[in-house]
Design a protein around this ligand. Structure first.
Ligand SMILES: *[C@@H]1O[C@H](CO)[C@@H](O)[C@H](O)[C@H]1NC(C)=O
Ligand SMILES: *[C@@H]1O[C@H](CO)[C@@H](O)[C@H](O)[C@H]1NC(C)=O
Length: 365
């Protein structure tokens, strides 16, 4: 297990090179190379019981920040439930549906070991989630180290005219700064394609929250004339960030590391422009059709599909051509409440191609 991780993290030099390296060096590597498969994400599963020493997968810097700021960790933990929920919302109709593993330190399982588009999305939305949770907690006065944005003072103006800063402006820059220090700490310890990819996508996620800051105002003056306004900057609903990152997932750019290993470039010659605000990935995705323990794929057997859809949620795509069962839908999916008509539109993906089932299920129109 450890062996495997080492090989993945050591980049392109390959395992055979390690034989020439002296033992102390290897020991050092063992001590300081973080494992890819567990991370701060697990804080969300711990809920109120965040004890910094007990979280596997925190690197030293993260552990220090954790010990120094237990209140921030609490917010990050609560926030994790939200961004995981948002991820699952965005991918509910996909073969990979952002499902988490119960009581598992890796949270998403081995699927995140691959430097895929899906990993890109998870890193981005998790970083965004930290920014969001911290910023909100700052504004609510729940944290010792931050509050409302004190720079928003005095007079200012927008397209509607002058206004006074008032109320509590969300201090997104604090959230971004802490998220960067905390979340990026692990990736700063290694210099390989995956670390670069994670850092890039983490940043995209942090910036996504800032992108949707909006001005909220209150009118004053005689009978709501709005002659005077006080305004503050507020974050939009996290759904906006989720929708945005989901679009970025669709357009994600495949990249390869450049020769000196300091950055990357788009792998496809057709890509024009900059990857600055795009999600990037290094490896293509598996099809997520079948259960595959090594790849961490759960497969789509038993998933609900939509018979009339040609999209990702359509039965052909979701079930990968294995066929689907329309007879069990009503019993299994109580949540399809929209009546018998809608139930008939759904199927459940089969485990294997089964000739008996196919005649009953797939062929049934
Ligand atoms: C996600 O997919 C897995 C198997 O592919 C399934 O067990 C799980 O219920 C799904 N989760 C949601 C929220 O649909
Ligand atoms: C199933 O797919 C069709 C066609 O895309 C769509 O109109 C319908 O709303 C979908 N049904 C559900 C319940 O998602």
């Amino acid at each position: 297990m450890l062996e495997l991780r080492k090989v993945r993290r050591s980049g392109s030099s390959g395992p055979e090179r390690a034989q020439g390296i002296c033992l102390p060096f290897i020991l050092l590597l063992l001590m300081f190379t973080p494992s890819v498969d567990s991370s701060w994400w697990y804080i969300g599963a711990l809920g109120a019981r965040v004890i910094c020493d007990n979280i596997p997968g925190l690197v030293n810097k993260q552990r220090q920040l954790c010990q120094r700021h237990p209140d921030l960790m609490q917010s990050i933990g609560e926030g994790a439930k939200e961004w995981i929920h948002e991820c699952q919302h965005q991918f509910q109709h996909h073969r990979w549906n952002c499902s988490t593993l119960e009581r598992d330190h890796t949270v998403f399982g081995r699927v995140m070991l691959r430097s895929s588009r899906e990993a890109a999305f998870v890193y981005a939305i998790s970083s965004a989630g930290v920014v969001y949770a911290l910023t909100r907690a700052c504004s609510l006065g729940e944290l010792k180290s931050c509050g409302c944005d004190t720079h928003k003072r005095g007079r200012a103006h927008d397209e509607l005219g002058d206004f006074d800063w008032g109320g509590c402006s969300d201090n997104v820059n604090y959230g971004i700064k802490f998220a960067k220090a905390f979340v990026d700490a692990r990736e700063r310890m290694v210099k390989d394609a995956r670390a670069l990819m994670n850092l890039h996508n983490n940043r995209c996620g942090r910036m996504a929250v800032k992108r949707f800051m909006k001005l909220e105002c209150k009118c004053h003056g005689v009978s709501g004339s709005c002659a005077l306004r006080t305004c503050w900057l507020a974050m939009s609903d996290f759904r906006r960030t989720g929708d945005y990152l989901r679009k970025k997932y669709n357009m994600a750019v495949e990249v390869t590391m450049n020769q000196d290993g300091t950055g990357f470039m788009a792998a496809g010659r057709n890509f024009k422009g900059t990857t600055k605000n795009e999600l990037v990935y290094v490896e293509n995705s598996p099809d997520y059709c079948l259960m595959d323990r090594t790849a961490g794929s759960l497969g789509t057997a038993g998933r609900v599909c939509n018979k009339s859809s040609k999209g990702m949620d359509g039965c052909e795509v979701m079930c990968c051509g294995r066929g689907y069962d329309t007879t069990r839908v009503k019993r299994v999916t109580k949540w399809i409440r929209s009546g018998p008509k809608n139930q008939r539109m759904h199927g459940l993906c089969l485990q294997n191609v089964n000739p008996c089932w196919t005649s009953m299920a797939t062929v049934q129109k």
